[in-house]
Design a protein around this ligand. Sequence first.
Ligand code: FE2
Length: 390
Amino acid sequence: MYHDGIREFYSPTHLIFGWGAAARTGIEAKRLGAKRVFVVTDQRVHGAGLSKGPIESLREAGIDIVLFADCEVDPAIATVEKALRLYLAEGCDVVVVIGGGSPICLGRAVALRATNRDKDLRGMEGMNLFGAPPMPTVLVTTTTGSGSEVSPVFIITDAERKVKMNIGGRGAQATVSILDPSLLKTLPSEQVLATGMDAITHSLESFLSNRDSLITDALAIGSLKTLWAHIGPAAFSVNNMESRGRMLVASIMSVQASGNARLGLVHAMSDQICAFHHVSHGISNALMLPTVMEYNLPAAPGKFVELAEATAESGDRRAKGPEAFLEAVDRLYRRLGLATRLPDAVEASSFDEWADRTVENPLFKTTIRQPAKAEIIELYRRAKTGWSYP
Ligand SMILES: [Fe+2]
């Protein structure tokens, strides 16, 4: 692990978590010097009354509120600029977000644009291409962890170029993230399943990254154990708030791991399914995960033994070989009813272009076993036929 270079770990976001934690929103904003906060949310969250508690706590702290509740799914540049104009016209000093991944990305973009007024978002696309650090942010999440709560990057859609821009880098992380399971009550099962599979992929890919470290490995294995055990109860027993709460914290740990060790081939390959077939990010990952894990195994048998031990059925203390992890994947997918076969609409004729895109993806660089183009096409074919074990 330590023969191939120096590692860093940077995760500056102050995390506050537990039942009722959202009531701390006002106190935390005040600590950051807030007098007039810009509250970003969306109509679904606002309409369901989830923003009520955090907004009340801001009022109790004597803070003025400017509300922007018009965040769309996958916010576009134009929405950021519209929100920024309101932020500046109202003289706001802190951004508070109440919502899932989309409002969080919008709020973080407004906070970064507010301190970088001479640069537009396109000029900041990529890692570490912004100038000044963003305005302080307090994020109150209403999903089981989109990752944007602690991630160095956020995503804004460039509608003209039809691309999702990754923007951020060191110092672009949120100031405070509040994880309150009581806000997850209305979250639909499919969403818990999709974000949970994304989180499992983050744990696995950071553990199998060629930039892993003792710190990221500990976070990856710790989060994986929790996610594996609780994804089913959290998704299907809607009122199982204990499992939802644990998923919420574990998904953040998985992003602390992957934000530092980075990701790998599952993400690099699944982006194409997501972009061309409108399958959610989490489910696209789930479709590629078994095939890619099977491919990775020969490159890291020792690590697969650790994965097999972390995902063994409770009470099973028998010694594990590396393949036992693939058996565990098979069991998990059966238990959750997850597909291992790409949708019929995916044409094998796309795989040549998809393989080129996979190699160009920056996440391809950190994957533990790098396939040649022909192998990537073969992996897509395997997923198209449907992965099965053995
Ligand atoms: Fe992801």
